[in-house]
Design a protein around this ligand. Structure first.
Ligand SMILES: C[S@@+](CC[C@H](N)C(=O)[O-])C[C@H]1O[C@@H](n2cnc3c(N)ncnc32)[C@H](O)[C@@H]1O
Length: 208
């Protein structure tokens, strides 16, 4: 893959951490056939689309991103421009209420984002991802793995000092929301980093 120009990335710690990068890479490699309209909710500075567009031949007009944080979307424009990618459809908005018609996207991603959200918000976002994804389309999400004792301890200590809460979940936490919908988990990918415990789980979900 061509090197990506990240000179204008303002907060490498938030976007280039080991787990964050690996989740984006595995999600991208697992959906290399993704074509048609693609949505990224919680797209941040759009590194996922930039990495995807660099690796796969994608039509830029099919890429849609939504994020609450306008500053990150402005950064996305600069980063994309530096990498000769034209992100035409990135919007400031809330994943709990997406500005799209039902059945619009063939692939809908929400990566490295549930870590910052409470389960009640995740439930609302899942309902929106289901609504805007086409029948037969795919939803790709991930959770930090609460069953990992090292991660659990790290996040517990982080909560004592960091005003931004970070959350890990188990599949069991999400299952009630998935089971009551038209969604079916077709693949679970365990993401591991040294010392090789599962730090994150990527779920590939199909809308029936
Ligand atoms: C850790 S960043 C991950 C960014 C990107 N998905 C990635 O993997 O590089 C989480 C992003 O989710 C966004 N976010 C959090 N809650 C959101 C919501 N309710 N709707 C849309 N975006 C949200 C934040 O603004 C932030 O940009």
């Amino acid at each position: 893959m061509d090197e990506i120009n990240l000179d204008k990335l303002k907060n490498p710690n938030a976007f280039l951490g080991r787990i964050t990068r690996k989740v984006r890479k595995i999600a991208m490699d697992s959906t290399s056939e993704a074509r048609g309209k693609i949505l990224d909710v919680g797209c941040g500075n759009c590194l996922f689309f930039i990495e995807m567009a660099k690796k796969h031949q994608l039509d830029e007009k099919d890429l849609f991103g939504v994020d609450l944080n306008l500053d990150l979307l402005l950064e996305a424009r600069k980063l994309a421009g530096d990498n000769k990618i034209n992100l035409l459809n990135i919007l400031c908005g809330d994943g709990v209420s997406l500005p799209f018609k039902p059945d619009t996207f063939r692939y809908t991603f929400c990566l490295n984002t549930f870590i910052n959200l409470e389960i009640s918000t995740i439930k609302k976002i899942l309902a929106e991802l289901e609504r805007v994804t086409t029948p037969g389309g795919y939803i790709i999400i991930d959770i930090r793995n609460k069953a990992n004792p090292l991660l659990k301890l790290k996040y517990f200590l982080n909560r004592l000092t960091n005003p931004i809460k970070i959350n890990a979940y188990t599949l069991k936490d999400l299952l009630p929301y998935i089971e009551e919908s038209k969604l079916k988990i077709i693949k679970t990918i365990n993401v591991k980093v040294p010392p090789f415990l599962t730090v994150d789980k990527i779920l590939i979900i199909k809308k029936e």
